[in-house]
Design a binder for this molecule. Structure first.
Ligand code: ZN
Length: 139
């Protein structure tokens, strides 16, 4: 096995998404082919960090993955009903979705500005009442 990976995946720590995320990435042909970074809130750590060290921590993980494994792309997965954004933060579902879309875009801009040659794919996940998880690529 070559010691390289095409992709780094940045996602939330939330246990409800772990199994389904692996399945989703497997379906994209990425099983055992991606570097994995889990931090509460995912893109929020870049777009609206709790403190500035959180942003640098995430960017450092990407820099290490690029240097050691030659990654060429980053998947940033946020999810609805994320505790890192706070329960009851949003007035309605549209406001919640808008916030995630905005944070994903800001995260993409920050990553692409910092690293030449890295492309960023934005993904928003949701879980329904039957605990089925859906992943949506955001244009
Ligand atoms: Zn979360």
């Amino acid at each position: 096995m070559s010691h390289s990976a095409k992709t780094l995946v940045l996602h939330c720590i939330d246990f409800r998404f772990v199994h389904e995320s692996v399945h989703f990435l497997k379906n994209l042909g990425l099983l055992n082919q991606y570097d994995d970074v889990a931090v509460a809130g995912s893109a929020k750590n870049l777009a609206d960090p709790y403190d500035r060290h959180d942003r640098e921590f995430v960017l450092r993980q990407i820099a290490i993955a690029k240097k050691l494994h030659g990654i060429s792309e980053v998947f940033v997965i946020n999810h609805l009903d994320c505790g890192a954004y706070g329960k009851g933060t949003f007035a309605n579902a549209a406001e919640e979705r808008d916030r995630h879309q905005r944070d994903l875009q800001v995260a993409k801009d920050i990553i692409e500005r910092r690293f030449d040659g890295l492309s960023v794919t934005k993904i928003l996940a949701r879980i329904d009442e039957r605990e089925k998880v859906d992943f949506e690529k955001i244009a």
